[in-house]
Design a protein around this ligand. Structure first.
Ligand SMILES: Nc1ncnc2c1ncn2[C@@H]1O[C@H](COP(=O)(O)OP(=O)(O)OP(=O)(O)O)[C@@H](O)[C@H]1O
Length: 519
């Protein structure tokens, strides 16, 4: 299908403006989403994409401008009204209850109650039709982020939406899962539905979408056919200038082991993560170890075990020569370890606390900011200002609550907060989730610099290309076990992909991975 032969406009924004205090988050923005198309919404972090989406679904009201549905002016006073008219949204932050099953969560969002058995059958039918993999009777707390996202998508699809809005849906997915989602999107558009696709992954946008609207600084910049653009030309439209590439690797000596993990075994806790079996790894000063894997294979438990949210045998985790397995997060931070969890809102940052107080959350044990139990406000403000400046964290106002930040800007803030603590060990789960191309480059370059300065860095990421680009060695997590790490130069995308599927438990060396499958 070409951009010109897509159907009539289903949902239109005509000159929408939204202000937050002095900040104009959307300035007379127009957008038309047509029947049968996948339409990308592009822009840097803070460009105003989420604000526009929130107006399209009635979560917030525009200050001026008009919404039209099938050519008629409409007012969506709340999300229930837009849902009833056929607009479904899957946000970056999921609204699911961990303690409930998938089917119970879906039931909570229904306009009318329905027996759970009947609903489970409807979920199974929807899952089959759109090629999604979701088990209705599993507890949401046991699900990976990727699985939770599929629950949210199914929940939306059960409402029979004509327009489905997906806010950065692939940032938490493996390449295979993303391909699965694209097939779902293709099926939906073939049925004449429209999909609005927000993503920072420009290759995907070019592969999936027939049209793209670009925002910059809250303003409409262009509507283009992304298939006729390059990733560089799209990025240029978003940024208004050329986007830098990741700095080349600076050769440096490796030092002492900063992190030693020995025979780490942790039971699954039934809510957040699956069990770990006999994990061994070592990261030396100056090194970046990447951990790849399909979400839900124990990465969350590994993060929790390393950060001290789950304790283990004291000797099973050694940070800078100190047995740390039995220590909690604050004690591990006192050893100069820093942790960036996957979920930035709610885990890495307290949504209703101001940003400066969120700085305090992980720096209260560092001598410079709290002394003798007293918060040194000036030092805290100085650190806050430094994070904002060095990591280019953009927001309206002086010190907003964390929940007011755009997703990518909050991610930059959390990374900056941990990096500026000058850690000797940094454990980062999904470092560039939701950040734009320029910020992702900046974050990877920063982590490399930290390694060059002698920090040991462990990066858990579902983005294989990211790991291949900036890790020194890669190991794969599969069913709670970790393959032996191998240097990036000695492995390949294919070998890692096979190990991610559990095909090669022993190693991700190029030859051995392929061999294991043939055997
Ligand atoms: N409720 C709010 N109060 C104050 N400022 C807000 C609020 N919501 C958004 N903003 C600000 O509006 C601007 C646009 O944010 P928005 O979340 O729309 O960006 P985005 O393009 O979705 O970014 P990202 O790619 O990082 O998700 C940002 O500067 C953000 O801090």
């Amino acid at each position: 299908m070409t951009a010109s032969d897509t159907g009539p406009a289903l949902l239109e924004a005509a000159g929408l403006t939204k202000r937050f205090g002095a900040l104009v988050a959307n300035d007379t923005v127009s957008l038309a989403i047509r029947a049968g198309e996948a339409h990308a919404l592009l822009g840097e972090n803070g460009a105003g994409k989420s604000t526009l989406v929130k107006m399209l679904c009635g979560l917030i009201q525009p200050d001026s401008g008009e919404l039209r549905y099938r050519g008629e002016p409409v007012v969506f006073s709340d999300p229930a009204t837009s849902r009833a008219r056929g607009i479904g949204v899957v946000f970056q932050h999921f609204a699911l209850f961990d303690a409930l099953t998938v089917v119970e969560n879906v039931a909570l969002g229904l306009p009318k109650p329905e027996p759970l058995g009947v609903l489970a059958k409807r979920i199974e039918a929807c899952v089959g039709r759109y090629g999604l993999s979701v088990e209705p009777w599993r507890r949401v707390g046991e699900l990976s982020v990727g699985e939770r996202q599929r629950v949210e998508i199914v929940r939306c699809l059960l409402g029979d939406p004509q327009v489905l809005i997906l806010d950065e849906p692939t940032s938490v997915l493996t390449p295979d899962e993303s391909e699965g989602l694209f097939r779902t999107v293709d099926l939906l558009t073939a049925e004449g539905r429209a999909v609005l696709f927000i993503s920072h992954k420009l290759d995907e946008v070019r592969r999936l979408c027939q049209r793209a609207t670009v925002l910059r600084g809250g303003r409409f910049i262009a509507e283009v056919d992304p298939r006729r653009e390059t990733s560089a030309s799209l990025a240029r439209l978003m940024v208004g200038a050329d986007v830098p590439r990741t700095a080349p690797l600076v050769a440096h000596e490796l030092g002492e082991p900063r992190l030693l993990v020995k025979a780490l075994t942790v039971a699954g806790d039934g809510s957040r993560g699956s069990a770990l079996h006999d994990i061994d790894l070592e990261i030396r000063a100056g090194e970046i170890l990447g951990i790849a894997g399909v979400a839900g294979n124990g990465q969350t438990t590994l993060f929790d075990a390393l950060s001290g949210e789950r304790t283990s045998d004291p000797e099973s985790i050694v940070i800078d020569k100190v047995a740390a397995g039995g220590l909690g997060p604050t004690e591990r931070r006192a050893l100069k370890a820093g942790f960036v969890p996957e979920e930035r809102l709610g885990h890495a940052a307290a949504p209703d606390m101001r940003l400066s107080d969120n700085v305090l959350l992980t720096t209260h044990g560092d001598g410079g900011i709290v002394k003798g139990g007293v918060i040194r406000r000036a030092a805290l403000q100085a650190r806050f200002a430094e994070i904002v400046k060095r990591f280019d964290v953009r927001f309206g106002g002086r010190d907003p609550k964390a929940r007011r930040l755009s997703g990518g800007n909050l991610q930059k803030f959390v990374i900056g907060r941990e990096v500026l603590r000058e850690p000797v060990l940094l454990v980062v789960d999904q470092p560039t989730w939701g950040v734009d191309a320029a910020a992702a480059t900046f974050i990877r370059t920063t982590l490399r610099q930290k390694a060059a300065e002698g920090c040991a860095v462990l990066v858990i990421s579902q983005d294989l290309d990211e790991l291949l680009e900036f890790a020194d060695r890669i190991a794969v997590m599969s069913e709670g076990r970790l393959t032996a790490p191998v240097p990036v130069a000695e492995t390949s995308r294919e070998a890692i992909g096979l190990a991610m599927g559990g095909a090669a438990q022993e190693s991700v060396h190029q030859g051995e991975g392929a061999h294991a499958v043939q055997a």
